[in-house]
Design a protein around this ligand. Structure first.
Ligand code: SF4
Ligand code: SF4
Length: 457
């Protein structure tokens, strides 16, 4: 990698300048944006809204309320991309503007530290030590045909990652696993903490880690990593491998998968998918439709590119409407299951089993089952369905101890709900920042940061 491409600050400045010189400020992107009616930009002149974002990119000045609300409400749905008459990607423009805005004023300081600690806690509550190590501990590089890249936050829902590995195993793929906070894509530092140079170094570190396996492909799980590495940072860093979503690879081997389906699943399901990267939803729908006996009665598309803090949660009013619509459709069909797409979606919906007649499954559960395998236990769902945090903590302590984590039960009872709600993305969870709560003996340490992450406390 040349010094020039490794300099994230210079790269982002160049890309920003290119976008600024191409954008005419016509405001088509604001006019078609589905989040605008749900926030302070709804009554504003669309040209002033985009004007505020362009001004932030040009000068670093704080945007006025309407522009700031649009910027922070962007859920990544991508509806603005085909609308731009100048062939600019306005989603990318807003991602770059978010980085500039976070550099100006960070709303989620120490997010990486909080996130890494909460992920570590959540997987230690769910996995036996061997599985915990497989996801959390970096493996020694070796030549492997593929790398399965989990990203960071998907570790909170480990069962769907193990299901994905079971599908790769069934296809006899030679792969190694990379991911967790030690192989972050860099989006946390860049977009959320406003530390572009640190984020760039984290990205380069992770790309080098992929390269150390000399893979043909990196099969990615996380939609946020997909946008950050393949869109926002398009052209940054050297890659000797293809980087694509794991479902695209499954589709490329759909015939072999179909031949291996040994188990009928006579069920009617509704698939939940997103506008943001529609090809991934289409891949999953096609894979599910190839399972013998399974009927996908409807795919309900939601705005945003994912559920969760980077996606639909940025516009709570729209999220509320769309999630209610999804539940209504599953009920109206009398479907057996709601099928989730990503980890953020799975976390958003598993609690519905408490009150609804249908199951909530991830698409990987169904693929693993069709392959004649027992899906990996969804322990997160089991915990979520418990009545109270006292029970959750009691049920989790044996695994925490087996994984070598000593966590005070009363502390976990107090903070567990926020940890499971990923509240650090809303600027919460101070308990996981620098200071441990006084009088409590929890000793949850963040994992080693990548060597390039020394800028983060
Ligand atoms: S990004 Fe495209 S649609 Fe949006 S204001 Fe600029 S030129 Fe117009
Ligand atoms: S990506 Fe979606 S939410 Fe974001 S600006 Fe474009 S249309 Fe609006």
């Amino acid at each position: 990698m040349s010094d020039q491409t490794a300099d994230a600050g210079a790269f982002l400045r160049r890309e920003t300048d290119n976008l600024l010189s191409a954008c005419t400020g016509c405001a088509r992107c604001v006019e078609v944006c589905p989040v605008v009616p749900h926030g302070a930009a709804s009554d504003a002149d669309p040209r002033q809204v985009i004007g505020g974002v362009l001004d932030l990119l040009r000068t670093g000045r704080a945007p006025q309320a309407a522009a700031a609300d649009w910027l922070h409400g962007c859920n990544g749905c991508g509806d603005c991309i085909p609308a731009c008459p100048e062939n600019i990607n306005p989603r990318r423009l807003l991602m770059l503007a978010s980085m500039h805005d976070a550099a100006r004023e960070c709303r989620t300081p120490q997010l990486f530290r909080r996130m890494a600690r909460s992920i570590k806690l959540m997987i230690a509550m769910q996995l036996l030590p061997a599985d915990y190590a497989r996801l959390f501990m970096p493996v020694r590089p070796r030549k492997a045909q593929m790398v399965f890249y989990t990203g960071c936050n998907a570790l909170r829902t480990p069962h769907l990652l193990f299901n994905t590995m079971a599908i790769l195993d069934a296809l006899e793929v030679d792969y190694e696993v990379a991911g967790g906070p030690s192989s972050c894509c860099g989006v946390i530092a860049s977009k959320w903490q406003g530390e572009n140079q640190v984020g760039g170094r984290v990205t380069v570190h992770t790309l080098k880690r992929f390269g150390s396996f000399e893979p043909e492909k990196v099969l990615n799980w996380c939609p946020t990593c997909e946008i950050h590495l393949n869109e926002t940072l398009q052209g940054f860093g050297q890659r000797q491998f293809e980087f694509d979503h794991v479902t695209a690879y499954f589709m490329s081997r759909a015939d072999q998968l179909k031949q291996r389906f040994s188990h009928r699943i006579p069920r009617r399901v509704v698939l939940h998918a997103h506008h943001g990267m529609p090809e991934i939803g289409r891949n999953v729908e096609a894979l599910l439709r190839s399972i013998p006996g399974l009927e996908v009665v409807e795919t309900v598309l939601e705005s945003s590119y994912t559920c969760g803090g980077s996606g639909c949660s940025r516009t709570p009013a729209l999220q509320g409407q769309e999630h209610q619509h999804l539940v209504d459709r599953v009920r109206a069909h009398g479907a057996d299951a709601l099928v989730t797409l990503y980890h953020g979606c799975h976390m958003a919906f598993i609690g519905l089993e408490r009150t609804e007649a249908f199951e909530v499954l991830n698409f990987t559960d169904l693929l693993a089952q069709a392959l004649g395998q027992t899906p990996h236990p969804d322990r997160l769902k089991s915990l979520r369905l418990m009545d109270n945090w006292k029970s959750i903590v009691e049920a989790s302590q044996p695994l925490l101890q087996k994984n070598g984590l000593s966590v005070d039960s009363e502390w976990l009872e107090r903070h567990g709900e926020e940890i499971f709600a990923v509240a650090e993305f809303k600027g919460g969870l101070d308990c996981l920042a620098t200071e441990a709560p006084k009088g409590h003996s929890h000793s949850v340490h963040s994992p080693s940061h990548p060597a390039t992450y020394e800028g983060t406390p």
